[in-house]
Design a protein around this ligand. Sequence first.
Ligand SMILES: Nc1nc2c(ncn2[C@@H]2O[C@H](COP(=O)(O)OP(=O)(O)OP(=O)(O)O)[C@@H](O)[C@H]2O)c(=O)[nH]1
Length: 907
Amino acid sequence: MADKTVKELADMVGKTASAVKQQLVDAGLPARAEDDLVTELEQEKLVTYLKQSHGQQDKRRISLKSKTTSTARVTGSSGKSKSVNVEVRKKKVFEKPDPEKMAEELAAREQAMIESQERAAKDAEERAATKKKSEERQAATLAAMRASLGSSKKSDDKNDDISTSVVVKKGGKTTIEVKPKEQPKKKVAATKPKVETAAERKAREVREKEENRLREIETETRRVQAEEAQKRTLEQMRKMAGKYTDQPAAEVRKDEPLAEGLVGDALEESFEKERREIKRGASSTGARGRRRKNQDEREIKNRKNGLRSTQASQHKFEKPVEKIVYDVEISEQITVADLAQRMAVKAREVTKLLMKMGEMARESDTIDQATASLIVEEMGHNPVPVSDTKVEDDLQSAVNERSSNVQTRPPVVTIMGHVDHGKTSLLDKIRETKVANGEAGGITQHIGAYHVKTGRGVITFLDTPGHAAFSAMRSRGAQATDIVVLVVAADDGMMPQTEEAIDHARAAGTPLIVAINKMDKPGADPDRVLNELTAKEVVSEEWGGDTPMARISAKTGEGIDELLEYISIQAELMELEAPLDGAAQGVVIESRLEKGRGPVVSVLVKKGTLKQGDLVLAGEHYGKVRAMTDEHGQRIQSAGPSIPVEILGLPETPAAGSEFLVVTDEKKAREVADFRTNRERERQLERQNAMRLESMFDQMEQGNVSFLNIVLKTDVRGSLEALLSALNELSTDEVKVRVISSGVGPISESDVTLAESSEAVLLGFNVRADATARRKADAANMDIRYYSVIYGLIDDVKAAMSGMLAPEHREKILGVADVREVFRSSKFGAAAGCMVVEGTIYRNKPIRVLRDDQVIFTGQLQSLRRYKEDVNEVRTGMECGLAVRGYDVEAGDKIEVFEIQEFERTI
Ligand SMILES: Nc1nc2c(ncn2[C@@H]2O[C@H](COP(=O)(O)OP(=O)(O)OP(=O)(O)O)[C@@H](O)[C@H]2O)c(=O)[nH]1
C-alpha cells in the first residue's frame, strides 16, 4: 500500500473525493484537500476505522484444529493382537494483534525511523566535520614538513628527474630516446655553517609548534584507545566472574593496582589463567575433583575482594596436572624393577601389565628390549633402546677422536684356498723363506701374518689355514683383510674349501684375486679351474668378468710378479687410508701362552700407531705393552697401520679375532674389560643351560646316550677354537663329545684332576703335561694323548666314540627249505617233508614260517631228520623232515632259518 492522494483513494474505493475527505476526518485524521497525500499509515487507520464503523468486530483469536487418525496393532494380555484406532488432535491458537497496539507500534516505528534519519544526518555532518578537520591537519602537517625541508632543496628540485628525453635523428628518422640522467656528484668540500635569519627562525618556530600539536593529538588518540581497551576488558571480566559466582561480581575500581597497570595484556593474561583454572576444576572428577572444587571456591571468594585474589593464588603449590612423559633408556636386557624405576612407577604395575600381555615375571626377572619397549609405550612414555655395548662404543669414539694424519696404508691380503693347494708355498716364494718345511704335518695350523716388502710396495699377508676345521678363523681372516687371494691348484681344481673361501670373501665384501697355482705340473688344467670358478660366479677378467686371475707356480716363481701387480692395482683402486697418529686400533690375529714370556698376542694394527708402553685393551683383557716384536722376532718400538706385531704384557690370551685398542684411561679400560667378562660369562651360562636341556631331552627321548668327556689344552687360541668346533661337529645322537675344560698352555695338575673326576680323556695339542701333572696322571693310571696334527686328534676322538657305540644287531638268513608234503605224526603233530633250497638248515637256530612270502610264525624247530635220523644241519639240495614247535605247517610254506649277528660300529 503506497502513499496516495485523496482523489486516488476515492477512485479506488468507488466513492467521491468529498466522501473520502469526510471519512478521513471521522477517522480522526487531519482534513485534506483532493490532491493531498494520504500516507500508508493513515490509510491503515482509515481502513480500521471503517471496519469498526461497519460493525465488523475483529476476531482476535483464531484457533486451528487438526486431527489425524491412524491404526495401530497391539498385542493383548491373552497374546492375541488387535487393531486400535489412534486419533491425534492438535490445536493451534493464533492471536491477532490488537489494532491499537499495532497503531502504537506503527507510530513507534515511524518515530524510530525519523530519529534514525536525524541521527544519520547528524553523523554525516560530524563525519564531514572530522574529515575536514583531518584534511586541515594533513595540509598543516604537509606545509610544516615542506617548510622544514627548507629552501636548500629548491635548487635541487629540478635535478630530481633521473632521466631525460632526447630527440635523435638517425638516417632521416626521428626517434625519441630516454636517457638516464647523470646523478650530480656529491660535494666533498665542507659547507660553511649558515646564520639563521629572523624570518627563518619564525618559520622554524611555527613548524615546531605545529609538530608539537600533532604529537599531542597522537598521544591523546592513543590514550583514548587504551582507555577503551581497558573498559572492554574489565567489562568482559565482570561478565565472566558473574558467570561463575552466584553473587554479582565485584566492581573493579580504576584505582586497583592491576587495573591501573598495563591495562590490556596483563589483565587479559591473568583473566585467561583464571578461566583455565576454573575450567580444569570443573572437568576433574572424584576426590581430586572435590579438592579442586574447594580450591575453586576459595578462589572465587578471593575474587570477590578484587583481582588481587588471582595473583595471590599463583603462589600456592599446585600438583602438576599433566602427566610427565619420560624418555626411558632400555638396554638389551632389563629387570622389571629397573624398568619400573625409570618410569617412576611401582614394579607391581609393570608386572601387572606384563601379565596382561601374557608374560609372567617377577620384579627381579629380566625382560628383553622388545618387551620392555612395549611396556614403556603402553605406559605412555618414550622407549629409547640403547645398545649394551654403549660403554664400549663410548670408549671407541673417544679413541677415534684422537686419530689424525690420515695417510695411505699398505693392503692386508689373506691367502685362502683348499688344503695343499700351495698357500704357504706361495707366501714362501714371495718372502723367499721356507716356512712350509718347518710346519708340523706340513699344514699351516694357526693364523700367521707377514709383512712383506715387494717391488710394488709393502703388502701384509695373513696366512690362514686351509683345513675345514679352521673355517671360523678363516672368516675372521676375511674380515680383517682388504683383499683375498684365492689359491686354486691347477691340477686339482675347485674343492670344498675353495668354495668356502669364496663365500667368506663374499660375506665380508672383500675383493677376490685368484692365483691358479701349480702351473708347472704336467696335469695343470687352468681352463677347467676357470670353468669351475665361473660356475660359482667368479668370472675371470679374460672371460669378461671382474676377477683378476694370475697363473702362477709357487715352485718356479712363474706369474708371481703378475699376481703382486694385481694386488697393488686393487689396493690403489681401494684407496686404503688410515690415520697414522693417535691411539692404535686393530685386531688380534693369534694369541698363545709361552713359557717364560707369558701370553704372546699377535695383532694387526689397523689405525694409528701402536707403541711400547701403550695401555692396550684386547677382548676381555687389558695391560701395558711390555715388549713388541715383528714377525721375524726383532724388537720394535712402534708399529703403524697394516703392520702385524707380537706384543707381550697382556695378563691373559685374548680370543683370536677380537678387536684391540689403545686407551689412556685405565679406569675405563677396566670397566669395559669387566663388562665383556660378564657378558662372556652370561653367554657361557646360557650355552651350558642350553646344552644341559638338550642332553636332558635327548636322554629322555632315547635313554641310551653316551658322552665322551674331553679335557683339551692347546698351544694357541686359534687352534683351540678350531678344534672345539671340529669336536662339536663330531657329536652324534648316540655319542656326544663334551669338552669339560679347554684352554691354552701346558697340561697342569688341575687338568688331570678334572679329567679324573669327570672320567674325561686328556688331550694336548702341541703342548705337554708338566712334571706334577705327569706324576698325577701316572698315579691315576690315566693316559694323556699328545698331538701335533689336527687330523690325528680328530681321528682318535672318532675312534674313541666308535668304541662307545652300542654294537649293531643284524639278522642273517642261514638257510631256506620249501615244505613239499605234510604228514601227521602222533609224536610231533604235523611233520613236514622239505627240500633245502638255500644255505643250511640248523636244528638249534631260530626259524620263521613264511606263507606267500609273509612271516606267519617265528619260533624253533622241534626236530630235524634226514632218513629217520636226527641231524643238526641239512645243506642245500638235500631233503629233510622237520617239525616246528607249537605250529602246524602246510605244504607250500617256507621255513627260514636265521641268526642275529652283532656288528661293531664306527663313526
Ligand atoms: N709342483 C708344484 N708343487 C707345489 C706348488 N705349490 C705348492 N706345491 C706343493 O704342494 C704341497 C702343499 O703346499 P703348501 O704350501 O703346504 O699348501 P698349503 O695350501 O699351504 O697347505 P696347508 O698349509 O695345509 O693349508 C707342498 O708339497 C708343495 O711343495 C707348485 O706351484 N708347484
